[in-house]
Design a protein around this ligand. Sequence first.
Ligand code: ATP
Ligand code: MG
Length: 474
Amino acid sequence: MSGEELDCKTESFGFRAGLGGESRSVLVYCPTKTLPFREDDITSHGWNLTRAGAWGTARAYMDRLGAGVGIVCLQDANEKEITEAEALLGYGNSRFRWIAILDLAFLKSAVANHLISECCLDFHVVPVDVPRLLHSLGHALGMANLSRVRPQQSVENRFEKNIVGTSQAIKATFRRIAKISQSDAPVLIQGETGTGKELCALAIHAHSSRTSHPFVAVNCGALPDKLIQSELFGHEKGAFTGAHQRKIGRIEAAEGGTLFLDEIGDLSLDLQVNLLRVLQGGTYERVGGTETMHADIRVIAATHVNIEKAVGEKRFREDLYYRLNVLNLEVPPLRAREGDVTALARHWFDMFAAEKNPQVRGFSRDAFIALSQHTWPGNVRELINRVRRAMVMCERQLIGPEDLGLDYVGSYRDVPVEETLAEARERAEREAICEAIEKSGGNLSRSARSLGVSRVTLYRLLDKYQIAHRLPRD
Ligand SMILES: Nc1ncnc2c1ncn2[C@@H]1O[C@H](COP(=O)(O)OP(=O)(O)OP(=O)(O)O)[C@@H](O)[C@H]1O
Ligand SMILES: [Mg+2]
């Protein structure tokens, strides 16, 4: 290796296929001139070193290789170097395995602690123990290669981690997302409020070839006309009062990636013209600027209003509508996703576990019935809010319909809902207790005997299922 910084060496990029015959390449990010180890100590063991002194060079290498091994050297790192290292370690995908080399003083800092624990496989303190570094490199290469041979996932469970649901309707959505992400054409996502339009846009981006570039979201409805112009296209210094310096617009920020235009139906007619130009010719100007900018972005737009109606009423340009609506995704409302409500309630219960009232353990059977009977005008967002509120407010072990702010209509026997083994056991236990008490005319000693438990155990169970207060004491 010669010079302070080399361009990526194409000949060292290619991993030979499989776990055994890999090329032993390692990217070394070192912002200072001197490496913290002797190059020969590493290369003499069959490793090719590619050095990057700046983030741009490292990024090009990572894009080419997809997965690999990297060493990040941070001695006396200044703020800029730390920011670059953070960008590098968190870049794009998790298929690069990193080893940090740093000095003892920096190791003790909070920022180093965070970087290493979150992003690195191993770390070494200078002076570097070469045999241990070689061992780390071998380990990192093994891990990186494992990430290359991940088992193939089915289309559906590729999305299930973030988009909860197993209904036919959501599975059809997963299949559409998979197809849409293979293309680079504009997408229009439609669906009621809170159905998960943004989540689907993120899934499309994450599974597209643009995944290692930014996903930038703009809510067209939340910004006043004047601001949205400069928000989207950026502005030059002095373009208007208060424009003290040049500002990069969201289109520019999304370069190489995806621009998500939420609530597109709220965009003013003026801005619709400008956006049409970007979609047609890929060009635009910053506000107050004369330079023609070229945009390499994929546009995904979303709306919960009936955009076809807006076109009919001339509130939305027909030509823009056709430009955006090349691919279309209709996100189904929650009421059309049979069985997903309980799965979503459980998922969000786990997500908010840290903030719940400590004694709250889950949902009562009645709660699940109430959840499946509700029509969900606010869809998943409404469900999340109800679950979160109930977890904080509920004063018993099991969340009931009243904690969710829902009316409970009818008997649970009428409504088929999914049940876990634990819930089935609890329901059977509860029913057996109620039956025994009813048969004994409310006499707890006799009930306990017929159930084959002690009175103390019965009291505990009455308390657990909160049925004690309804009974006459014996
Ligand atoms: N299938 C799902 N699984 C898990 N979480 C979901 C699902 N669908 C939506 N959510 C969650 O519901 C919330 C609303 O989703 P999102 O913002 O994507 O909806 P939206 O359709 O864009 O809403 P709006 O119309 O209000 O803009 C988010 O917190 C999202 O994470
Ligand atoms: Mg949204």
